[in-house]
Design a protein around this ligand. Structure first.
Ligand code: NAD
Length: 421
């Protein structure tokens, strides 16, 4: 599986490289990370025993700035996976026009099997292991799968203990109380909405947001904030789901009541039902496979990777896909979606809001000067507006799909950097 991610991402890059007629050396520089750090971490368990776990940090490109990217704790983490994800981060930073190259780290462990004290020791040990290779102007980690603001606060503290001075920008995604940025938590969902609005400004000028139906898979950080903000902007949310299933409400659901119901029942499936019977006039349960195939205007995968594949791509009925989960669409699904006229904005742009506000957090930490929420949101909107405009220019100049144009726009930026000098 991990090897597949690397092959898939490299495949998308090589396709864009053909359009740009890059040289073999340029392609080799694009698909290979500059450096991969592999560490063995000794983890002391609460019962006094010791485990040795593997950790990685892939530093893909330092051409446009320091390396930037998350750290995941997951039993399936591999060297190939972090390589693929660091390449995607380089593309994401390039298309967003922020001065970073891609990085990605991971530890091969199931964090859910650890106590809080073990998790803290693991987080601190990982940072000690990679400390010689990172820095506020070298490589700046952030949260990813199974890591969060608290873990970033531990990592900052551990790193500062090693270097002996304050380094607030050594990691981003920190809690606001520990040097984080206002607006970071909802930035990925907000960015997804901004990109959807940019797209409809070009392609759906005559339609009102109310007439546009949206289904969201995943009701976590990204999916919930996207759904909440899209509803507030007037769009009609007709389905949402979490890992236990979803609910479909053709007339439109209330995101706030659905979240309240999820908190009470533990899942969104079964919300809009009376007792054990679902009233179809209100809504009905929908499983995660069926949600993807609903006849909606916009489908937003915001949960997992590899959910739209060549197996189900032919059954997708949405006109647009705003990919918020990294790698939700596999490379072999793209040609099918394109053939069926489905417009896809890939995650390298539609979920870039998170890394853009991470960039703002990094800049605020270096300045020691923190911005208001309005300023963060205004700059996020401006950054993504410019990025979308450049994507649109590539889409129209090369007459290629928006999905391919995203990769071409990102790679053009990196290549322009390579060709200087
Ligand atoms: P999260 O853990 O907060 O939420 C994930 C959601 O997906 C939860 O609602 C969970 O119930 C649901 N889910 C899990 N398994 C599912 C399944 N089989 N079917 C349907 N739903 C399922 O995670 P998140 O931070 O919202 O991240 C979601 C995706 O967005 C990930 O791919 C992540 O890499 C990507 N992403 C996140 C950020 C960010 O800033 N958080 C930035 C860029 C990309």
């Amino acid at each position: 599986m991990a090897h597949d991610i690397l092959t898939a991402v490299r495949g998308l890059v090589e396709e864009a490289a053909d359009i740009l007629q890059l040289t073999p050396t340029e392609v080799a520089r694009l698909v290979n990370p500059e450096r991969i750090i592999e560490v063995s971490i000794r983890l002391r368990m609460d019962d006094g025993s010791e485990q040795v776990v593997q950790g990685y940090r892939s530093q893909h490109s330092s051409l446009l700035g320091p390396y930037k990217g998350g750290i995941r704790f997951h039993p399936d983490v591999t060297r190939e996976e972090v390589m693929a994800l660091s390449l995607l981060m380089s593309l994401k930073c390039a298309i967003a026009g922020i001065p970073f190259g891609g990085g990605k780290g991971g530890v091969r462990i199931n964090p859910k099997s650890l106590s809080r004290a073990e998790l803290e020791r693991l987080s601190r040990a990982y940072i000690r292991a990679i400390a010689p290779s990172i820095g506020e102007r070298v490589d700046i980690p952030a949260p990813d799968v199974n890591t969060n603001g608290l873990i970033m606060a531990w990592m900052r503290e551990e790193y500062e203990g090693i270097v002996g001075h304050a380094s607030p920008s050594i990691v981003t995604g920190k809690p606001v109380e520990r040097g984080g940025s206002l607006g970071r938590e909802e930035a990925t969902g907000r960015g997804g909405l901004i990109i959807m609005q940019e797209l409809f400004h070009k392609l759906e000028k005559k339609r009102t947001p109310q007439s546009i139906t949206v289904a969201v898979q995943g009701f976590g950080n990204v999916g919930y904030h996207f759904a909440r903000l899209a509803e507030a902007a007037g769009y009609t949310l007709v389905a949402v789901s979490d890992s236990k299933g979803g609910v479909s409400v053709p007339k439109g659901l209330s995101v706030a009541s659905t979240m309240q119901c999820k908190r009470e029942k533990g899942s969104v499936s079964g919300c809009y039902c009376k007792g054990s019977v679902c009233d179809v006039r209100l809504g009905k349960p929908v499983d995660n496979t069926a949600l993807l195939e609903l006849p909606v205007d916009v489908l937003v995968p915001a949960a997992l990777e590899n959910v739209i594949t060549k197996q189900n791509a032919g059954r997708i009925k949405a006109k647009y896909i705003i990919e918020l989960a990294n790698g939700a669409i596999t490379d072999d699904a793209y040609p099918i979606l394109e053939k069926n006229g489905i417009v896809v904005v890939p995650g390298i742009l539609s979920n870039a809001g998170g890394v853009v506000v991470s960039y703002f957090e990094w800049a605020q930490g270096l300045q020691g000067y923190y911005w208001s929420l309005d300023e963060v949101n205004m700059r996020l909107k401006e950054t993504l507006h410019i990025a979308f405009g450049q994507l649109w220019d590539v889409h129209t100049t090369h007459t290629i799909s928006i999905a391919k144009a995203a990769y071409v726009a990102a790679i053009s930026r990196i290549i322009a950097g390579m060709r200087v000098g």
